[in-house]
Design a protein around this ligand. Structure first.
Ligand SMILES: Cc1ncc(COP(=O)(O)O)c(C=O)c1O
Length: 394
């Protein structure tokens, strides 16, 4: 990593590797031939690995989206939000009740989106604070809930929810468990089967380092059965492009109902191949090592982190600006140090910044990026102790 190389440390979209970029520029193929079926079979196989599911069962036209665990992966031409909307719109009826605890922007969006398709009770906690598990358990115990839906890794506040605890609660109370895994799948431990998760969504441009504008959902048989039953009862929510029934019908044949994002699918398949080569646990470990290093380093320097101590994310760290620093620091960091991190959203805008530790980012890039951040803070007038950055990432 040279002094002139750029450091791109945002929590998605992340940098794509050369093989992915080349696949994105593959000359056009048709959407309905065997060539594209082969792309889908590779993509499905890579997705099953990223979702931590059992290996893909088949080759082209032979159930590549399924495995021995009963889960299927459904590719969606659209960003993560489209895939999340596909889940909420198809899985629930207007009178179904869904509990949505939140502690950041994306959870809040999920609650808002869900309320267009079902009855959402939004348990709104402060950004970065751990959920009140007692309150959630109490709510679930009252009965009458169809599902608990969460944003697993809250990118806006750098917090990861305790999915194991929540999954157990769902099992105790017989409710379905739905997750926005957009910045967790491929970046930190996700166990759909153990959690009995009914649906979990991933966005390509985050931890799997694929292109923007394509996403996927892992769904279990109960999810599929409920969507079909709801449609047959004729009280389903209105959908067309995001109707999951045609997507389920086409899946076995490695096809999609509408023209798919063909080149994005090719690029993503390539990025997922790279994830296979690295190994899923190895990637989780690398992300965790980078996030731990960032946390320890900035705490040592005297900064405050937004998220509660035991819930801090391995793929994004939210760090408060000290007094006297604002987002003009980020502009200088980009212009003068060729280094990008991201700012905050909503009420925290200008008050903190976020460092992504996801995708294929090498540890040396994170180390170099942190050194530049420290230099840039000093340029902005902040007095910081002399510190050796490397040991924080060993
Ligand atoms: C946790 C989470 N959920 C949802 C989204 C929205 O995804 P997309 O922008 O791919 O629609 C994001 C994007 O940053 C996210 O981080």
């Amino acid at each position: 990593m040279g002094p002139n190389d750029d450091c791109f440390l945002v929590p998605g979209p992340v940098r794509m590797n050369q093989a992915c970029l080349e696949a994105l520029s593959t000359p056009t193929i048709t959407a309905r031939g065997n060539e594209f079926r082969d792309v889908m079979a590779r993509l499905n196989s890579g997705l099953r690995h990223a979702f931590n599911l059992t290996p893909s069962l088949g080759e082209r036209k032979n159930e590549s989206w399924s495995g021995d665990d009963g889960y299927k992966v459904v590719v969606v031409s659209g960003s993560g939000t489209a895939a999340m909307e596909m889940v909420m719109a198809n899985r629930f009826r207007p009178n179904d009740r869904v509990l949505v605890p939140t502690n950041g922007k994306f959870g809040e969006r999920l609650a808002e989106m869900g309320s267009r398709f079902c009855i959402v009770k939004h348990l709104k906690y402060e950004w970065g604070r751990t959920f009140d598990f007692g309150e959630i358990e109490e709510q679930l115990a009252r009965g009458n809930w169809e599902a608990l839906a969460i944003c697993h890794n809250e990118t806006s506040s750098g917090i990861t929810q305790d999915a194991v605890e929540l999954a157990e609660m769902c099992q105790r109370h017989g409710v379905s468990f739905i997750l926005d895994g957009i910045t967790s799948v491929g970046g930190l431990p996700v166990h759909p089967q153990e959690w009995d998760a009914e649906a979990i969504v991933v966005g390509a441009q985050k931890c799997t380092a694929g292109p923007s504008g394509i996403a996927a959902i892992a769904v279990n048989q109960h999810f599929i059965d409920r969507c079909i039953a709801i449609r047959n009862q004729d009280d389903s929510n209105p959908t067309y492009y995001l109707d999951i029934i045609p997507a389920l019908k086409k899946g076995d044949d490695d096809q999609t109902p509408w023209t798919p994002a063909i080149n994005a699918a090719m690029g993503w398949a390539e990025a997922l191949e790279f994830l296979k080569e690295e190994g899923l646990e190895e990637r989780w470990n690398r992300c965790s090592k980078m996030a731990k290093g960032v946390r320890k380093l900035f705490l040592e320097l005297g900064f405050e982190l937004l998220a509660d101590e035991y819930s801090r994310s391995s793929t994004v760290t939210a760090i408060m600006y000290p007094d006297g620093i604002d987002d003009s620091w980020r502009t200088r960091l980009k212009d003068e140090y060729n280094t990008q991190v991201i700012g905050a959203q909503d009420h925290l805008k200008g008050k903190m910044f976020r460092i992504g530790s996801m995708g294929e980012t090498p540890i040396v890039e994170m180390i170099e990026g942190c050194k530049r951040m420290i230099s840039c803070f000093r340029d902005c007038g902040l007095e910081l102790p002399e510190i050796d950055v490397e040991p924080f990432f060993e």
